[in-house]
Every structure is written in C-alpha cells, then in structure tokens.
Write a protein that binds this ligand. Structure first.
Ligand SMILES: Nc1nc2c(ncn2[C@@H]2O[C@H](COP(=O)(O)OP(=O)(O)OP(=O)(O)O)[C@@H](O)[C@H]2O)c(=O)[nH]1
Ligand SMILES: [Mg+2]
Length: 479
C-alpha cells in the first residue's frame, strides 16, 4: 500500500532536504507535486485541497523558510497533517465495553467481513481474550460453513443454532457467551452488492437485539472512493464506530485510507493485508505515516518479531551466538520465526529505506527457497546439525537426495551458514544502528536473510560480506 505515493512524496522531500534556504516558489512546487501524488493515490479531492491548504499555511511561515533545516521543517508539517487526516485514534476496539462485548461487522458483499471475523477472533485470542463467533448470513448457504471453518482455524467457538433467523442467531450467541463466560461475541453479517433497505433493516434489527459496542465497517481498499461512499451510508443508517480496511496487500493505491476519516468521520480500527488469519493489524497512523515518508515502520517490525520469536528462545540463541555455538538447528529455528512473521514483502516494506527499493523487490528472499533450506536442514542427522564440519562429500549427497535438492544447493547452504556465523560473530553487540534502542537488551538473531546482490541472487540469503554491519537482517533486538 502507498508504494507509489510514498515514492513520490519521498522524492519531493529528498529534493527539499538538501536546501539551506527554501523559497516560497520551492515550497509551492513541492506542494503541487504532493497534491498530484495524493490525487493519483485516489485520495478524495476535497480532502487533498484541505490538506494542501493547511500545509501551505504552515510552511510559508518565514520562520520555517529561514530556519536552518527548512526541508525537515516542511517534512514535519506534512507528517503532522497526514496524521491529522488519520485522526487521533490509535485503532483497535473501543476501550470500554460491557461483558460480553459484541463486535458486529458490516459492509458490502465480498469486502472481507467473514475473513475479518476470523482474523479478529485470532487477534483477540492472542490478546488473551475469549471470543466466539456467529454468522447471521443466512442467505448464502456457504456463509455459515465458511465462518465455522475460520473459527476452527482460529481455535475459537462458533455459535451454530438451528435457527435461520439472523436476529435470533445473534441473540443466541450473546446468551451462550454469557452462559459460558466468553468475553467477546463477533457477529458476522450478510453483504449486498448494493445498499438496500432490506439489508439495512436486518442490520438494524440485529444491532438493536445485541447492542454492539463496536460496529466495524469492513471496506475493500481496492474499491477506493466507492468503499468510502458506502461507509458513509452505513454510518448514517446504522452507525459505525470504526473501519476495517481490507486487501491492502493488493495494489490498492491507499487513497481510501487517507480519506476515510475526513469523509466518514470514523477512525480506521484495523487493516487487513492478506488472506491468512494472521494478516490483521491494529491501525497505527503514526507508523503508516512514517512509512510513507520513508522513516520506516520499525515498531511494527519489532512487534512482529516479538510475536514470532519466543523470548526464552531468543536469549538462548544469543547466548549460543556469543559462545560461537550457533548451529544449523538454531538457524532453522530462525528461519521458521521469520516465516511466521508473514509475507516477506510486507516485512521488507517496514524497513526504513527498503520499501521502495526496486532491487529489493527483485531480489527479495524467496519463500520457496527458504522452504528448500528448511528441507536440507531437515534431512541432516541431529549430529550433523550440531556440527556441520562433519558433513563430508557422501553425507552431502545423502542430504541432497533426502531433501530433494542438489549437492550444489547443500554446498551453498553450508558455505553460507559458515559465512553467516562468521558475520554474526563479528557483529557481536551490533543491533540495528539508528533505531535508538538502548543497550543491554537481548538480541535476537533473526538474520539469515539478505537482500540485494553479493551472492548472485541465490535467494538463500545469508548476511553477505558486502552488507553493512548490523543491517536489517542482522540482529534485531527485542524488548
Ligand atoms: N488479499 C486479501 N484478500 C482478502 C482480505 N480479506 C479478505 N480477502 C478475500 O476476499 C474474499 C471475500 O472475503 P469474505 O470474507 O468472504 O468477504 P465477505 O464480506 O464476508 O463476503 P460476503 O459474505 O459474500 O458479503 C475472500 O476470497 C477472502 O480471502 C485481505 O486482507 N487481503
Ligand atoms: Mg461473508
């Protein structure tokens, strides 16, 4: 999301940052480009106009223009105003709710309501809550089954009564949650291609019956301005407390996200960035804006790493690394952790300066090849994994056969593993420079992946010699 918008905005600022003095004409030129970039990203034109006017007002101030770092000043003003577009809210569900809390999802057909119900259930579970789900979509025969499958995947209970009346299904779920002590009821609802009175009446009736604290409008980001128009309509007729923007992994231009608060007047609660249950994130306006301005989304990255990496495991790995006892087994653990963090593309997008690098996209570590690396390590004996120096020619042949790879691949992996060990050793107390994280925190090597050139794009990607010390895939610290 926001890829081309980010590239353009960052381009504007790069040209400004070098300037010792800014003229009004320069600022006006930059604003013109930002205006175009926003319009091309499908941001509502009224929103764009108001935004540019506000930035202009603040940036044309003589104090800004004459300051020592006018470029930075203007960047900061744009950052503030972008944040204002997203509203004050930090996303998520309402802070206060009765128990059990009822969360109702609404929206047009195919926007992602049912998928988001499943994602939300898993998200809540990971927050230590005890959710249950219910489908009130009785028109589409497969809809109820779809929700049950998701509930099973998320490992949460689903209320599945005989009744085919949407209102009594929702009511029944609430009663069951009360009786069994579950703390959240997620109510999935039917969608329509277009807003119609029948649908609105049904939603209204469900709402009155179960009194949801959170009414989340689920909008497909790919449909841009249309999604927002209907959000406004749902808000007027039913009342909406937050928006979930889905399919941000697609080539949505992102304008919808930037317009929704101004146009509909409700904050973005969550964003969906994939089809898997894990692909739901709390909406953090400040992080998204930082990402857009090329400041990277380091916090999200750290959070993902924390979710994927077990703290004790991290300590253990760090200890081993220090003692130079890092083995192929540990390496495999890391690979698994990285894969748990989600699609590599979305991870790369969070690293400062990486999001827009064309060559990163082209050379990004290939998930398939990570699978091959895991297969190779899986075909080794425990002894071999502990001490790779014992893996001679015939063992390599056996491992290649066992993993369905080639001796060359095994050789390459071993060579890269040794190199990685050496580099990790060298980096020692490294960490990622410039992240402003204090010393003395445990460091988790989640490395093992390298983007860019150095080894001919083999995709196995170990931190190569050419990488700067402590690059993003080197050591990541956890809190
Ligand atoms: N890529 C991607 N696909 C998504 C996302 N969220 C949902 N989908 C896909 O969108 C399609 C529709 O999702 P559903 O959850 O069935 O949508 P719905 O709003 O419940 O649809 P109806 O019940 O028919 O109104 C499915 O194929 C989902 O896998 C997302 O964040 N990213
Ligand atoms: Mg559905």
């Amino acid at each position: 999301m926001f890829d081309s918008l980010s590239t353009r905005i960052q381009g504007v600022f790069q040209s400004l940052r070098g300037e010792v003095r800014l003229t009004e004409a320069q600022v006006e030129g930059a604003l013109g480009e930002i205006r175009l970039a926003l319009l091309e990203a499908d941001v509502n034109f009224k929103v764009v106009k108001a935004f540019v006017d506000k930035v202009r007002d603040r940036a044309m101030d003589q104090e800004v223009l004459r300051s020592l770092t006018p470029g930075q000043h203007v960047t900061k003003i744009v950052r503030d105003e972008l944040l204002a577009l997203f509203g004050e809210s930090e996303g998520g569900l309402r802070k206060v709710a009765p128990k059990p809390r009822v969360v109702m999802l609404l929206g047009l057909q195919g926007s992602g309501k049912t998928t988001t119900s499943g994602k939300l259930a898993l998200w809540l579970k990971r927050q230590g809550r005890h959710p249950m789900m219910v489908s009130t979509d009785v028109r589409r025969p497969a809809a109820i089954a779809q929700l049950s499958v998701l509930a099973e995947q998320a490992g949460v209970r689903v209320h599945a009564p005989e009744s085919m009346d949407p209102v009594s299904r929702a009511r029944g779920a609430l009663a069951e949650a009360k009786a069994t002590g579950l703390d959240t009821v997620i109510v999935d609802t039917a969608g329509r291609l277009h807003i119609d009175d029948d649908l609105m009446d049904e939603l209204q009736a469900i709402k009155e019956a179960v009194q949801p604290t959170d009414l989340l409008y689920v909008a497909d980001a790919m449909t841009g301005q249309d999604a927002i128009k209907s959000a406004g309509e749902f808000n007027r007729r039913i009342g909406v407390t937050g928006v979930v923007l889905t399919k941000l992994d697609g080539d949505a231009r992102g304008g919808a996200a930037l317009s929704v608060v101004s146009v509909v007047g409700v904050p973005i609660a969550f964003v969906g960035s994939g089809e898997r249950l894990e692909d739901l994130e709390l909406f953090h306006p400040d992080r998204i804006v930082s990402r857009m301005l090329g400041m990277g989304d380091v916090l999200s990255l750290i959070e993902k790493a924390e979710q994927a990496i077990d703290q004790d495991e991290a300590q253990r790995l760090e200890e081993k690394l220090r003692k130079n006892q890092f083995t192929l087994d540990d390496f495999r653990t890391q690979l698994k952790a990285i894969r748990k963090m989600g699609p590599l593309e979305s991870i790369l997008g969070m690293i400062p300066g990486m999001g827009n690098l064309k060559q990163v996209a082209d050379n990004k570590p290939d998930e398939k090849q990570m699978g091959r690396v895991e297969a190779i390590i899986g075909s080794m004996t425990p002894g071999e994994r502990r001490d790779e120096s014992m893996i001679g020619g015939s063992r390599r042949k056996r491992i290649a056969m066992g993993s369905g790879t080639s001796v060359e691949e095994v050789n390459r992996l071993l060579k890269q593993f040794r190199e990685m060990k050496r580099v990790l050793q060298m980096m020692g107390q490294g960490g990622i420079p410039g992240l402003g994280m204090g010393k003395g925190m445990p460091q988790v090597p989640i490395g093992g992946l390298r983007q860019g050139s150095g080894h001919g794009g083999d995709g196995f990607g170990m931190p190569g010699k050419k990488r700067k010390k402590g690059g993003p895939w080197g050591l990541i610290k956890t809190r």
